[in-house]
Design a protein around this ligand. Sequence first.
Ligand code: GDP
Ligand code: MG
Length: 163
Amino acid sequence: MPLKLAILGRPNVGKSTLFNRLAGKKIALVDDQPGVTRDRKQAEGRLASLPLILVDTAGYENVHDDSLQSRMREQTEAAIAEAEVALFLIDARVGVTIEDQSFAQLLRKANIPVVLAANKAEGKAGRDGLNEAWELGFGEPVGLSAEHGEGMADLFEAIRQAL
Ligand code: GDP
Ligand code: MG
């Protein structure tokens, strides 16, 4: 049985880039509840020897009004409800933001394991953000570069240990 992994975090941290890197074939657009699950994308994928069902959250990425927070919350809660592990992404080049903090709050209430990763960690620019990520309270953050395919072995190990 593949492990169902939801990739969560604020817009622009690299969720879809990671989804695309890990995905083999796309399964379906999740389409049951308009406005809530409309843009939750799923794909079969693999991380080292671990077969995955990947869930990518979106649907709020182009919303720039007061509903953004509640849209993100709905998407995230829906993804948590169906997943077995949550992969919480932040941007290592930006460091921890207020939005990351509110995701952390939401994820602390999740009844599934949460693995924290700081993406865009290639080169030196991500070093401070990776260290800052400890303050989110999910243990040792995994340094990743979804774009360059770095940190995948560490991610595999962190997920394996979280299960
Ligand atoms: P999402 O909104 O969280 O799904 O983020 P996207 O996957 O759409 O990525 C947002 C931007 O970050 C895009 O311009 C990506 O090319 C860029 N990006 C994603 N992963 C990396 C990475 O590992 N390193 C760098 N430097 N940029 C990245
Ligand atoms: Mg995206």
